[in-house]
Design a protein. Structure first.
Ligand code: NAG
Ligand code: NAG
Ligand code: NAG
Ligand code: NAG
Ligand code: NAG
Length: 418
């Protein structure tokens, strides 16, 4: 099976009308003018340089801002107070613990819904702090229905990944998986049986240690993988997730006719958009709480501060990450790690107008100049009229929806390139 990120990309392709951003990948880094390679493989500035910015494909090792270090906390996800749109976030993790893309809806005062309406690519919720080994749990119930996938994953900027994935066609199984630097290895998946993930709220846990990782449901370990079992004799490297990662929760449409048949089959078939499992016009997953217990970084780490992780080498291994007091905040959506305080005059035009500032937002540059939220008026794809379905839920979410859905189009170029 293809990696989750790329399957998500395929879903987004439905809504694509192409993208102006130049593509980047390891070996083809971004130019100095748009130095940051987003999680989706496109060059830009601003949010491109924050969470997910890929140091292996960016202009230089300073282009991506350094990343806020792990913070141990139990996050009660009960309102949008701690959630900021990816079109507004500038890297200050002290202002919000979560960044969203899509429509997040507060529910019953004790949880958040990740929603998936027809014509959208669903919702992503990403932590602003990174984790570099730790015990991470999410208490949640999944969506149900064929073609609909709920995910709780750890994803690093060099695409190390540890996953829980829940296919809505089979709510008695939690699928575990992992990746190293995005390399697809078909033997990494493993199913763990549980009881109805839609009806029951379960606590899903990653125990991610430098030398092993385990997956547990309600405290019962269902799988353990040791680092020493992941040694790859082709490149003599451990294909083990080993770099700082963000916590990501998502709900996305794998069962779209535009997706690959393998993806559709994996997800249990095409999505039924008039399903009894929908409410208020959308599928939903319910997230109640995420807890993060940070472990110590590897003892060999180069440490000259305690605020932020940064890469010292584009090889992207554990030994290529250091901890410093680097600034993680950008001065504007036109700044990058190479020029973090850059904040052009709001009336300026010119070069900035062609820069991309939030992954996937085509030609958003000048909108960014007009207040740096820009999303609502972003160059909308042809399917944009469908997006408003998602905005009925809450006023904050409604300002998010147009831009964030467009933002997800960044997946598309990545999917085509990889
Ligand atoms: C972080 O700070 C260190 C110095 O402490 C510096 O060498 C490194 O280039 C900085 N990296 C980033 C991404 O800011
Ligand atoms: C996990 O279960 C699903 C059915 O729900 C199946 O399609 C998939 O192949 C299984 N994966 C593994 C690794 O056994
Ligand atoms: C990996 O390490 C574990 C724990 O140290 C040990 O029990 C196991 O035998 C090792 N496996 C391999 C393949 O070396
Ligand atoms: C070893 O790594 C290469 C890519 O670096 C990959 O193509 C191959 O599948 C890996 N081998 C195993 C046994 O996982
Ligand atoms: C969604 O937002 C659009 C534009 O802001 C508005 O015209 C539309 O009525 C809204 N839809 C719902 C269902 O609230």
């Amino acid at each position: 099976m293809r990696r989750p990120l790329l399957r998500f990309a395929a879903a987004a392709a439905l809504l694509s009308v192409g993208s102006a951003g130049s593509a980047c990948w390891p070996g083809n880094p971004c130019p100095a003018s748009t130095p940051c390679c987003s999680q989706y493989g496109q060059c830009g500035v601003g949010a491109y340089c924050l969470g997910g910015c890929d140091p292996q494909s960016s202009y230089d090792l300073q282009s991506c801002t350094a990343k806020p270090v792990c913070k141990s906390e139990n996050y009660k996800l009960t309102s949008l107070d701690d959630v900021v749109s990816n079109t507004e976030y500038l890297g200050d993790a002290s202002t919000a613990n979560w960044v969203s893309s899509g429509t997040v809806v507060p529910y019953a005062g004790d949880s958040l819904l990740l929603t998936l309406a027809q014509g959208t690519v669903g919702t992503l919720l990403m932590s602003t702090h990174y984790v570099w080994y730790g015990k991470i749990s999410a208490t949640m119930s999944t969506s149900q229905g064929q073609g609909v996938v709920t995910a709780f994953i750890l994803m690093s900027d060099v695409k190390d990944e540890i996953d829980w994935e829940f296919v809505g066609a089979d709510v008695d199984i939690a699928q575990s998986n992992f990746y190293w630097q995005g390399v697809t290895e078909y033997t990494n998946g493993f199913n763990i049986s549980t009881t109805d993930t839609w009806q029951n709220s379960h606590t899903y846990t990653f125990d991610w240690q430098p030398d092993y990782m385990s997956w547990a449901i309600d405290g019962v370990v269902g799988r353990t993988v040791y680092k020493n079992e992941t040694f790859n004799t082709t490149d003599n490297k451990y294909h083990y997730p080993q770099t700082p990662a963000r916590v990501q929760l998502s709900l996305w449409p794998a069962g779209l006719p535009t997706n690959g048949q393998g993806t559709i089959d994996w997800a249990g078939g095409l999505i039924d958009w008039s399903s009894p499992y929908m409410q208020n016009g959308y599928y939903y997953a319910v997230v109640e709480e995420v807890s993060v217990e940070c472990y110590s970084p590897p003892s060999s780490v180069e440490q000259n501060g305690n605020q932020a992780y940064y890469y010292t080498n584009s090889e992207g291994l554990q030994s290529d990450v250091a901890i410093g007091n680097n600034k993680t905040i950008l001065g504007s959506l036109f700044a990058s790690g190479d020029d973090p305080d850059y904040n052009p005059d709001k009336t300026a035009s010119g070069a900035q107008a062609t820069q991309q500032t939030v992954p996937g937002l085509n030609g958003i540059g000048n909108q960014g100049l007009q207040g740096q939220t820009g999303a609502e008026s972003a160059a909308a794809p042809s399917a944009s009229s469908d997006f408003v379905q998602g905005n009925e839920s809450s006023s904050k979410a409604s300002t998010v929806v147009a831009g964030s859905i467009v933002a997800l189009l960044g997946f598309v170029a990545a999917a085509l390139m990889l």
